[in-house]
Design a protein around this ligand. Structure first.
Ligand SMILES: [Zn+2]
Length: 460
């Protein structure tokens, strides 16, 4: 467990001054900023000059070589490599006039005290999946570090509002199968009953793994007090999908995270000999289930969401028998709760129709469900504006995957996310990548958003 670190000594102040002068480098916005844009940036406040997005890219590479191998990032939460990454991060942060501590759930908080207690939060996660990409989660954290440097330098260590960077613990859930652990403990949404029983591949229980890093499982929800003065939460992330890539856009403002309805659907017919049973006498559970496949594409098309049949199992599952039982899983997602409910109802109706056409039975079982989480309209507008100012082209999009930001928003803190384009539209894979120009742009745009949000918090 990491202790409190509240002192600001003169040596640190000197380091801040050095950092400040080092970072007086013009931000490289050559890619999508036209000369006109560059001129207006040059005319703007000091802030554009003390931010150094190239340093963020360099630090991402440094972290990659420290905690990755030929198969990708290896910063699985609560492991040695993860601890190495966090210590490395801490060293970077200790150069600033900040307080650093770990909360009751193992989240790492860095606080730059401002003139007001009201706090602007910037979040990310330094943990990765095994063989993960070099940007997922840590881009957010390292952009946050750079923004803390800029704000600290610009406001002489005392910004108008308090600014805090949080590195959430175990966002990925790679080891225990429970994602958003640290942020859901903090938001109060973590189901303790369920989490208490989780085990990893080696049979180690989650509470025991947490004890190893000094976290008492029974007290993890005490981390909720960290949100006491939280007035806004910002998170930058790679998109992890192909939407921005296909539109040829570097950045997008995120509207919220999809609600999810996840069900198992079982069709029940009758096993019968594949040779002796005429086609018109069959009760073929697979035929009914298979009709669901094109149907969910029509449902998604009509309602504007996404639907996936991710698994299909048949019984008896042999080559010489008509399928008696066919179980498929259906995952449906939408940003709009009413549209999500409609998609679910349409899928239920279709399954009943296909069952009756095929003379089989159908039953549904809910596996999991979460409401859509909508981000704050004011912050979305600021995010959009920051993107427009940085690269001239704006776009708003929903997030398919869940993120820590959804948990913070569910806790009632006004929240927004910014996405940067992913090359190949792929993540959770070592080939995950983003063009370096886009990485620099996202740090610059995210910094602008942070400044706008800070002023918004101050004025509220
Ligand atoms: Zn992530």
């Amino acid at each position: 467990m990491m202790g409190r670190n509240g002192s600001v000594n003169s040596m640190r102040r000197k380091e801040v001054a050095v950092n400040h002068s080092l970072s007086n480098v013009v931000v490289g916005l050559s890619l999508c900023a036209a000369a006109r844009e560059r001129k207006s940036i040059a005319g703007r406040s000091q802030m554009s000059f003390s931010l150094n997005p190239k340093r963020t890219v360099a630090e991402l590479k440094e972290l990659r070589s420290l905690t990755g191998d030929e198969n990708g990032a290896q910063r699985v939460a609560f492991t040695k490599t993860w601890a190495t990454a966090r210590n490395w991060l801490r060293k970077k942060l200790e150069a600033l006039p900040v307080e650093i501590h770990t909360d009751a759930a193992g989240n790492l908080w860095t606080t730059l005290r401002g003139q007001s207690e009201r706090a602007l939060l910037i979040g990310g996660h330094i943990d990765s999946v095994p063989n993960g990409g070099w940007l997922d989660g840590c881009l957010n954290v390292l952009a946050g570090v750079e923004i803390l440097r800029r704000i600290s330098a610009q406001y002489d260590g005392k910004p108008p509002v308090t600014v805090r960077l949080v590195d959430w613990a175990d966002e990925e859930g790679a080891r225990f199968g429970k994602s958003l652990f640290g942020s859901s403990a903090c938001s109060g949404n973590l189901n303790l009953e369920e989490a208490r029983g989780l085990k990893d591949r080696d049979g180690i229980r989650l509470p025991d793994a947490l004890k190893e890093i000094g976290v008492d499982f029974e007290r993890v929800k005490e981390s909720g007090k960290e949100l006491k003065d939280a007035a806004a939460y910002l998170e930058l992330h790679i998109e992890q999908g192909p939407v921005l890539l296909d539109l040829d856009l570097p950045l997008g403002a995120v509207l919220g995270t999809f609600g999810v309805e996840r069900h198992a659907i079982t069709f029940l017919g009758q096993a019968a000999h594949s040779g002796s049973t005429p086609m018109n006498r069959r009760k073929d559970a697979f035929l009914a289930a298979a009709k669901m496949s094109p149907e969910i594409y029509r449902i998604a098309e009509r309602n504007g969401g996404v639907c996936t049949i991710g698994s299909c199992t048949t019984k008896p599952g042999i080559v010489t028998s008509v399928v008696e039982e066919c179980r498929i899983t259906l995952d449906q997602r939408h940003l709009d709760a009413a549209a999500l409910a409609r998609m679910l109802a349409e899928a239920r109706d279709a399954s009943a129709r296909f069952a009756s056409e095929g003379n089989v039975k159908v039953s549904w079982e809910r596996l999991w469900q979460i409401e859509p989480v909508l981000f704050n309209n004011d912050l979305i507008a600021m995010c959009d504006e920051a993107i427009g100012e940085t690269c001239g082209k704006r776009h708003r999009l929903p997030s398919g995957p869940l993120h820590d930001a959804a948990e913070v928003a569910r806790a009632g803190v006004p929240t927004v996310m910014m996405f940067v384009q992913s090359l190949h539209g792929i993540s959770h894979n070592k080939i995950e990548d983003t063009r370096e120009e886009h990485l620099e742009l996202c740090v610059a745009a995210f910094d602008k958003l942070a400044e706008k949000a800070m002023n918004w918090v101050r004025a509220k």
